[in-house]
Design a binder for this molecule. Sequence first.
Ligand SMILES: Cc1cc2nc3c(=O)[nH]c(=O)nc-3n(C[C@H](O)[C@H](O)[C@H](O)COP(=O)(O)OP(=O)(O)OC[C@H]3O[C@@H](n4cnc5c(N)ncnc54)[C@H](O)[C@@H]3O)c2cc1C
Length: 294
Amino acid sequence: MALPQAQQPAVFEEYVGASSLEEALRALADGKATPVAGGTDLWVQKDLGIRPVARRLINIRRVPEIAGISEYGTSIRLGALVTMTEILESELLLAASPVLPATADRFASIQIRNVSTVGGNIVNASPAADMVIPLLCLDAEIELASWTGNKIATRRLKLAEFFTGPGKSKRKPEELLTSVDFDAPGKDFRAGFCKTGPRPALEIAVVSMGFATYLKDGVLSDVRIALGAVAPTPVRCPKTEIMLEGKKPDDATIAGALEILDSEISPIADHRSSVWYRRRLARVYLEQELTACR
Ligand SMILES: Cc1cc2nc3c(=O)[nH]c(=O)nc-3n(C[C@H](O)[C@H](O)[C@H](O)COP(=O)(O)OP(=O)(O)OC[C@H]3O[C@@H](n4cnc5c(N)ncnc54)[C@H](O)[C@@H]3O)c2cc1C
């Protein structure tokens, strides 16, 4: 639904091109500014009037502290400004967590990937946000920063706890998402990403699924299943995960898992899909992933 014309700023009254995290956070400190990274969600939503935009715009694209992909100890950090193209081309991710480059490969078009950031994908909080799905399977945590008490304050949150509804999250107006962190998966880990949209390219997912597990001697452990576009937020499926724990994916186990999965999701019908088709896709994806584990 479009916002009333009066709530839509015709032009931004103040523009801050931040060149450091401190500068960006100070400009955001009163909670009355809008950050922009790649702008691929923000400009569309502003023009359509589907999301309010403040009169002060903070361009965070040149904030070095929140850029780049790095490894520390056994963990991997994606700065909020990391683009889908950087994920797709990262040697570190290809070796340590290939499901992320594989997801970036299914994301939009080359032009959009070049500017779309992982931070924007998360904060936009779409139930169909692609990169969120494998990050949920990696048990990722996010870091949020604000200018508090005359210094930079940070807090960390499980990504799975961040979303509160379509387009809604626990981010406070004065906060920037600065990074996404996860433990590099160990030996015997496998993960996949599946997505269907109405057309082969530039598609928003009708349903997406991330599946990850450790697989040793044919036995599943630490199973993680995340689904997009089947609920008001991207979701993990804890009951199905628990049911699969310690099992071999034989026919009976797969059939049982599909029934539990069906009971865990609540897709809606909209202009892109019916409820029946979304449920069907979710089942097909899980069946495919489990069969591939045999
Ligand atoms: C043609 C097209 C195709 C697309 N295809 C896909 C697709 O296949 N899959 C998919 O998931 N998405 C898709 N999208 C949506 C979009 O590209 C992604 O969600 C993208 O990752 C958003 O990143 P951005 O940097 O452009 O965010 P922006 O538009 O800059 O920001 C999005 C929101 O997040 C806020 N924000 C951004 N960065 C931060 C930060 N670090 N801290 C706090 N707030 C922040 C902004 O204020 C804004 O509210 C598509 C969009 C278009 C236009």
